[in-house]
Design a protein. Structure first.
Length: 262
């Protein structure tokens, strides 16, 4: 799926809300020898640096495909923490990592069974896998953007086939992830669906939230002159559906999973 480059400033508008699932995922990592870590989908890097400090890891690699995010991440590089550009969906480094960590990134790539298999193969003996994915594709914030993409002039501008929502297209049910981890040979695992309740200033803040994430797939294929009209149409329909309220409670479902290799 073609995707516009990320805007680190837009994404960081909700840094506090997006940091809590990261910290909950990090809490699942068990104490022990966790010296060699990879953070797949590291984004702007501040959470990668936090993970390194939390674990006391000596070798932490942050991987992302966005040049803009990696440029921001470079500010957090130091001895033992480095960043590189790569496709997380195909990334594999057999037997080299004590922890493979991926917070809110797996949803952007398809074939999760194969991807998790490659990440699992990258673990050394007794290594740990920790992954968090959004599971909110059925919320109006996601459904409405797909509806607007199917209207004119946007549909024609995208060749009649708007890009699908990666969360709806790629993310599996929590129980399926548990089955996959068992099939990979996990000796321990933890999988849960969690609802994070975010109290935003208003309903309009939901637009700003998705503008930095799921809407980027439309901006990648729409001509620039249609970006603002798309946002305006999306905002109008979303407010019709959710109401123009201040504050606004935004429930956001996420799947957190952890497993240990024999």
């Amino acid at each position: 799926m073609r995707q516009a480059d990320w805007d680190p400033t837009q994404y960081s508008r909700f840094a506090a809300e997006r940091s809590q699932p990261f910290r909950d995922l990090a809490e699942l990592v068990q104490d022990g020898e966790v010296a060699r870590v990879v953070d797949l989908g590291c984004g702007s890097g501040e959470l990668t640096a936090e993970l390194a400090a939390r674990l006391g890891a000596a070798d932490v690699l942050g991987v992302d495909s966005s040049p803009a995010m990696l440029a921001r991440a470079a500010e957090h590089a130091r001895p033992g923490v480095r960043f590189e550009r790569a496709d997380i969906g195909s990334w594999c480094a057999p037997g080299t990592r004590d922890l493979v960590f991926a917070n809110a990134s797996l949803q952007w790539v398809p074939a999760h069974d194969a991807v998790l298999g490659r990440w699992w193969d990258s673990l050394d003996a007794d290594g740990q896998l920790a992954v968090q994915v959004p599971a909110n594709a059925d919320h109006p914030s996601h459904l409405t953007s797909a509806e607007i993409a199917g209207t004119e002039p946007f549909a024609s501008a995208m060749g009649g086939t708007p890009p699908p929502d990666p969360v709806a297209a790629n993310v599996l049910a929590p129980e399926r992830y548990a089955e996959l981890l068992h099939g990979l040979g996990a000796i321990e695992q933890h999988v849960r669906l969690q609802v994070y309740g975010h109290v935003l200033d208003s309903t309009r803040e939901v637009v700003e939230w998705v503008k930095g994430t799921s809407l980027t797939r439309f901006f990648a294929v729409l001509p620039p002159e249609l970006h603002q009209p798309f946002l305006d149409a999306y905002t109008d329909r979303l407010l019709d559906r959710l109401g123009d309220r201040a504050p606004f409670f935004y429930p956001f479902k996420r799947i957190l999973m952890w497993a240990r290799r024999p």
